[in-house]
Design a protein around this ligand. Structure first.
Ligand code: SF4
Ligand code: SF4
Length: 376
């Protein structure tokens, strides 16, 4: 696909074109010592010169005052998930009137959002969330309404954090689909690729130049460097074998460290578990049904007909890992992991799912082991 060059000094023109097209622009910014997506009034708010140093249980921002890069970082604690699948969503309301209960629907109120700075892993996660929330007989009307109002300006990654493994999952470091516009950040500008008619309409407003062969090569070199910096997750074919490791002693070892805090599921861009709660005012005149993010690490998440099915953390961690990496493949045709590494960086006790998957798969199947034992 033909790519054109947008000079550094014209990046604000992209912002202006999005605003003129009626979008509220959302972009990455440094907030609370992390990269967060928030309303972006000017490209000056982008995280110029910032990148993260991430590791298991660690996330620190570092600033390079000499850098002219706004997208040198890889991930923050959240990508797109909270903008589409909200942490809290009122589903309906009820009034207790003298004439009886009166139920009121809550209509979706989508915002016309243009999100700048999403990565290949974020778009792969979006495709998974689209399948969950939009397909089948129970599509989510709130998700659908916001999804229809979304324009995406994605960015290819020019480096990888030490927690990244999107090459192993096939989801990065380049964004392959799902974007309206795609940028490669170069030393002297941005290579711009168009992914949709809406993207083409925005691009038509920009002072684009011819991109030279050297600039295209520079973009490829950044991507190649990002690929080489990554760690390796076992393949999907190997991960399926986790279902044969349900009695592995490693589950107990990890359970002794895991706090069941749910951080990993909160930051994971593909996790979609939720719960519903009823709330009412103190006089009992008004009530509402609220949907909130939930986690398979919470004890109550497995409460079924009077019993908590997964009372032990060992069972909850196993449920998360085996579902995410193995049985998800039967459900959705692919693993539920896009290799973003967020759950690794934001786990307070540095549990690393790549390390856990490797350890669980490193041993021979337990059946083989027992045969070895039998045969001395
Ligand atoms: S399981 Fe971890 S690495 Fe995989 S998509 Fe979720 S947060 Fe990212
Ligand atoms: S694996 Fe880490 S982030 Fe996830 S629930 Fe356990 S302690 Fe929390």
């Amino acid at each position: 696909m033909t790519r054109r060059l947008l000079a550094h000094r014209h990046l604000q023109r992209l912002h202006q074109a999005l605003v003129q097209a009626g979008f509220e622009v959302i972009g990455p910014q440094v907030k609370d010592d992390a990269i967060l997506f928030a309303p972006l009034n000017s490209i000056d708010q982008l995280p110029w010169g910032w990148q993260e140093q991430a590791d298991a249980g660690a996330y620190r921002l570092q600033h390079d005052a000499g850098s002219r890069r706004a997208f040198a970082w890889n991930t923050g604690p959240q990508g797109l998930k909270p903008w589409l699948f909200k942490p809290q969503q009122t589903l309906w309301r009820a009034d207790n009137t003298d004439q009886g209960l009166h139920f009121r629907a809550v209509e979706p109120q989508p915002r016309r959002l243009a999100v700048i700075g999403l990565r290949g892993c974020d778009l792969a996660a979006l495709a998974i969330q689209d399948r969950h929330f939009l397909e089948g007989p129970y599509a989510d009307p709130f998700y659908r309404a916001q999804r229809q109002q979304l324009l995406i300006v994605a960015v290819n990654c020019g480096r990888s954090a030490s927690t990244c493994f999107c090459v192993s999952t096939g989801d990065g470091p380049e964004a392959r689909s799902g974007f309206d516009l795609l940028l490669d950040e170069l030393d002297n500008g941005y290579l711009l690729q168009i992914g949709s008619e809406r993207g083409a309409a925005i691009a038509a407003q920009l002072p684009l130049q011819h991109a030279s062969g050297a600039q295209v090569s520079e973009a490829k070199a950044w991507l190649a460097g990002a690929r080489q910096q990554q760690r390796v997750m076992p393949s999907e074919a190997e991960l399926v074998q986790l279902v044969e490791r349900l009695d592995h002693p490693r589950w107990q070892q990890v359970a002794e460290r895991c706090l069941a805090c749910g951080n990993c599921t909160s930051v994971c861009p593909t996790c979609f578990c939720s719960k519903q709660e009823s709330e009412s005012d103190i006089r009992g005149r008004q009530a509402e049904q609220v949907q909130r993010w939930d986690s398979c690490f919470s004890e109550q998440h497995s409460y079924i007909t009077g019993k908590v099915v997964r009372a032990d953390i060992r069972h909850r961690y196993r449920q998360w890992l085996v579902h995410k990496l193995a049985t998800w493949q039967q459900q959705f045709g692919r693993s539920g992991c896009v290799g973003c590494g967020r759950c690794i960086a934001w786990c307070p006790v540095a549990i690393d799912l790549v390390e856990e998957a490797q350890a669980l798969l490193a041993d021979k199947p337990l059946a083989d082991k027992s045969q070895e034992d039998e045969h001395g």
